[in-house]
Design a protein around this ligand. Structure first.
Ligand code: SF4
Length: 345
């Protein structure tokens, strides 16, 4: 989905992830495809339950295998992951791919020092000695901007502030120089200043190592800052994709328009009312028929013959740009102009 002609480092093809629960089958991801190349960031945006986190846990092989049915293809540097053994995936996690979670405190063990935890990941994947691993942990803490890393390496996580814990987790995720980094809402729990510092850090590290990043968020402001390409998910499906500029400046799907219209703009007029999306995200046990967004869509009645409620719109993609909606291009131009002009940079 990128405009460059580089080979994708991560390629996801028609991914379906369905869980069995006591209440029935949850179709958490229902036919998703995307590519990420080295040195670029794909932002995946959507509300809770849109399937974005499930997608990434599946890429890492961290899903519950016993209760999950998966179809499709996930290629990491040409290697098929869905058929890889647990041992192989464990080798790849850390070496080739790594993940930063939202909650660093829950992800770090309270019983071991920061240095031990970073060092253990390094030792496991490289066979380094304890001394080498400690030196590497100090080097990584320094690289992510922890002051006095030679001292703080022996601290336990509770002695770190929220922002420092997140930095430590980034250090742990990057200790083996992974080529793919999946960041799942990594800055959501942090205040705005620390959030900006973490984003700058990720961008610097990406420049230094050429890492491919998948950045998951519900926040289009974060997407505007960090992403090259954007994929918008709704109800387990991709509803829109394109470059950051295309999606944020000229959205094609009413859901993306809704996300943009419910977000304040710093450089637009201050008296423009925010327009929250009505209703709640769909149940993935019993998703709506037709377009999954139709019960919440302000434009469903513009499409003739009640098509939105009966027929699922196909995702039409040309050169990485596209959306899944029955509206015509002319209708979009007419209906979205006012809504999008006011607050998109
Ligand atoms: Fe709205 Fe219909 Fe487009 Fe779905 S297909 S987003 S309901 S206009």
């Amino acid at each position: 989905m990128t405009s460059t002609d580089q080979q994708p480092f991560l390629s996801v093809r028609d991914l379906k992830v369905h869980f069995s629960t006591e209440d029935g089958i949850v179709k958490a991801v229902d036919g998703l495809s995307f590519d990420v190349i080295k040195g670029q960031t794909l932002g995946i945006v959507g509300e809770s339950g849109s399937g974005k986190s499930v997608t990434n846990l599946t890429i890492l092989g961290l899903h519950d295998r016993a209760r999950t049915a998966i179809e499709g293809e996930i290629l990491l540097d040409g290697k098929e992951l869905l058929s890889a053994s647990e041992k192989e995936l464990e080798r790849l996690r850390g070496n080739k791919m790594s993940m930063i979670f939202q909650d660093a405190l829950a992800s770090l063990s309270p019983y071991h020092t920061i240095g031990t935890q970073i060092g253990e990941v390094y030792r496991k994947h490289t066979g380094a000695s304890k001394k080498e691993a400690r030196a590497r942990a100090i080097e990584m803490l320094k690289r992510v901007g922890i002051p006095q890393p030679e001292v703080r390496v022996d601290d336990y996580p509770h002695l770190f502030s929220g922002g420092m814990r997140q930095r430590a987790m980034i250090a742990m995720a990057l200790v083996c120089d992974p080529e793919l980094l999946i960041a799942d809402e990594p800055t959501t729990a942090l205040d705005v200043t620390v959030q900006a510092q973490i984003m700058d850090l990720l961008k610097d590290l990406q420049q230094e190592f050429g890492t491919a990043i998948v950045f998951i968020t519900h926040d289009l402001g974060v997407i505007a800052d960090i992403a090259d390409d954007v994929l918008v998910m709704y109800g387990g499906r991709c509803v829109e994709r394109g470059t950051k500029q295309e999606v944020l400046r000229a959205p094609q799907h009413p859901y993306t328009v809704g996300l943009l219209s419910s977000m304040p703009s710093l450089d637009g007029p201050v008296d423009v009312p925010l327009l929250p999306i009505p209703g709640t995200p769909p149940s993935l046990l019993n998703p709506p028929t037709g377009c999954r967004f139709h019960p919440r869509c302000l434009f469903a009645d513009k499409v003739p013959n009640g098509l939105c409620a009966t027929e699922q719109p196909a995702l039409q993609v040309v050169d990485g740009r596209g959306s899944a909606c029955h509206l015509t291009d002319g209708q979009r131009r007419e209906y979205f102009a006012d809504l999008t002009a006011v607050r998109h940079n």
